[in-house]
Design a protein around this ligand. Structure first.
Ligand code: CU
Length: 458
């Protein structure tokens, strides 16, 4: 494998295009805008101990806020000794910067231990919104992930006083390697449900607690009588989330997956892996808080679409000092080191097609209307359950089984680099695909699909 500095040279030359004769090489004299460092260590979280991949020693990784439509260089150091890593910027189009997409073997070689790679990010104009970033090797992403906010120089189209992040993760009481081994096995071995959800890196595990000091609920502080933009990020791997606030049932969706929408009110949210929503939440007035007789309200998160339900909580906490003396803070708070004794809210069963064809873009986009569609591609994704579990796209099974004769071995160079250099060996054969139900059987070309959520209707 080439060293990262050589690889970076190659990539810089590619990005610069054919006109560039000299590769730009970033060594340690180059000053990036942001620096991330990936390590693996034992962490105590939600009461359990877990050997986890972390970014900047933080769970979740630190929030990055980058400007819209400007180049940002992010240096990623791999400080692990036995694992490769890449970082993927989830939701960014990266149309002009494909070699910074962070997909190992597709856009780059992974970063080997004790090396770094400089990612060049430039968001498109009009894509200010809510994203996240995550490691993209193995199962590292379950912990090595953090919020990524793209900010516009212009004021947002909706007014609010402040914003809060609700970052959702799962916590497995197994190492990445153990989970991964089952998921890539042929036949697939289901890893089981997570022991806990994490909300902003905190929660209380349903079992296996060895360190009660880390078994605490996240507290999100708010003030009465304000409007907040809540940015929800489902940085999850396997679980489908249903989320609601106690006694706050008007969530006005204003953004989905990095695009502003027209206001659409919901009482709860369902979020698939990788989805993001912003909702406006108007907080209670002091009079309302007085009639509730409390300053803390639970946020409740439950898994859906599985036989067992994993439930976790966080606390929306009001600053009572902003009200007059009629509200004393005494006895109006719930404990942070325990889950509620009874479930505060009843979240509905899975709503199939949640928000499908419902959200409308705030600004008109140039998506064709249904009547203008000239060709439809049907991708039938099925989980086949007979002797064992397997996933198929249009009847073509995708496995990591090296003994499968249709399976590719590691490419001689990353696919995008090969394509950029006009090597056509990895190109899907359109004609062949058409005669084989839409998938090219030679390359088994299939979309890299993370986001399962509904697109904003055009
Ligand atoms: Cu992703």
């Amino acid at each position: 494998m080439p060293s990262p500095s050589i690889m970076m040279g190659v990539i810089s030359a590619l990005v610069a295009g054919v006109a560039a004769l000299h590769a730009r090489v970033h060594d340690d004299t180059f000053t990036p805008d942001l620096v991330l460092s990936v390590t693996r260590q034992n962490v105590s979280v939600a009461g359990i101990e877990r050997y986890s991949t972390l970014i900047n020693s933080s769970l979740p990784a630190p929030m990055l806020r980058i400007p819209e439509n400007q180049v940002v260089w992010i240096r990623v150091h791999n400080e692990m000794v036995d694992e490769n890593v890449t970082i993927h910027w989830h939701g960014l189009a990266q149309a002009a910067y494909p070699f910074s997409d962070g997909t190992p073997l597709a856009s780059q070689w992974p970063i080997p231990p004790k090396h770094f790679f400089d990612y060049e990010l430039k968001t498109l104009d009009g894509t200010a919104g809510t994203y996240f970033y995550h490691a993209h090797v193995g199962f590292q992403a379950v912990t090595a992930t953090g919020p990524l906010i793209v900010e516009s120089a212009k004021p947002p189209p909706y007014a609010y006083d402040d914003e809060r992040i609700v970052f959702l993760q799962e916590l497995f009481n197994k190492t990445d390697a153990e989970v991964e081994e089952g998921l890539v096995a042929t036949p697939l071995r289901w890893t089981g449900e997570p022991q806990s959800w994490l909300i902003n890196g905190k929660g209380i595990s349903s079992y296996g607690i060895v360190d009660p000091s880390s078994a605490t609920l996240s507290v999100i502080d708010v003030e009465p009588h304000k409007a907040y933009r809540f940015r929800f990020i489902a940085a999850t791997s396997l679980s489908y989330a249903s989320f609601g606030f106690e006694n706050h049932t008007n969530l006005e969706i204003i953004e989905a997956d990095g695009h502003y929408t027209k206001v659409h009110s919901v009482e709860f949210l369902q979020m698939g892996t990788g989805q993001r929503f912003s909702t406006l939440l108007k907080t209670k007035t002091c009079d309302e808080l007085k009639s509730f007789g409390k300053l803390d309200f639970y946020m409740q998160l439950e898994s859906r679409d599985r036989t067992s339900v994993v439930t976790n909580y966080a606390i929306l906490r009001y600053d009572g000092s902003k009200c007059n003396s009629t509200i004393s803070t005494k006895d109006l708070h719930v404990p942070v080191n325990a889950n509620p004794l009874t479930t505060p809210i009843q979240l509905p069963p899975t709503v199939n097609g949640f928000l499908d064809y419902v959200l409308q873009p705030l600004e008109p986009n140039d998506f064709p209307a249904a009547t203008e569609v000239t060709r439809r591609i049907v991708i039938n994704v099925q989980q086949i359950v007979n002797q064992w579990y397997a996933w198929e796209n249009n009847g073509v099974r995708w496995t990591d089984d090296a003994s499968d004769p249709l399976e590719h071995t590691t490419p001689s160079k990353p696919y995008l680099v090969a394509l950029y250099q006009n090597e056509t060996g990895y190109l899907p054969n359109y004609e062949l695909a058409i005669t084989n139900g839409g998938l090219d059987p030679e390359t088994k070309t299939s979309a890299h699909v993370h986001t399962t959520g509904p697109p904003a209707a055009g």
